[in-house]
Design a protein around this ligand. Sequence first.
Ligand SMILES: [Cu+2]
Length: 228
Amino acid sequence: MKLLSKNTGMLKILGGLALLVASTDGKPRQLMKTMGMGRRLSANIKGAYTESGENIENFRASVRAVETGPGKAKWTVEITGGVEEVKAACPGNLNWHIHVKQIGTKSDTDPYGCYTTGGHWDSGFACGGASQWATTTCKSLEVGYQDAGFSPYSARCGTSPSSSPSFPKQDGCEYGDLSEKMGKIEVRKGKQTFDDTFIQPLDTYTETSVVLHCCDTNCKWRLACADF
Ligand SMILES: [Cu+2]
């Protein structure tokens, strides 16, 4: 009798668990999103185009992000092809940004359309040199890129006095300025991870793109790109 009641109790627990799983179908993901976790972004880069006009068709890289908490994400960049060719063209590491537009019309001199993606995502008006608002609103705010007379970007981006591990000096940067926030991408095979502590909910960026810049001389050359 005792055994029977024990089994019945166990059955009730199992039944309850089954009911709980069934009734919350789809909701855990929703709950995670509400808590600022689990949203994802990914872009697959195929091909690169160098400043000297060389098309590195075998360059392959993926750029992924997953939200890890409110305003936080972990980025993973993995380069899987074309490393030696890109290294030869770009001896330095690569800058990388979220650009505001997806890839548009491609051309002979822009075979991957990286120059059609607009400026950096900057909904917080941090106003770096390639901010989406660099020639419009940033001008009226009188915050120059490196204009010492006003408020240079270098004095705003990542200069918070806080040194808390959960707040490691990324505030004041453009949300899309991934390299200035977290560091440049090394040109090597394999995965590199970056911790972002200054980012909007990742579904903000579903209509944007990621652009990699060759940082040999001026970091402006748009080497490769892909839509998120
Ligand atoms: Cu860029």
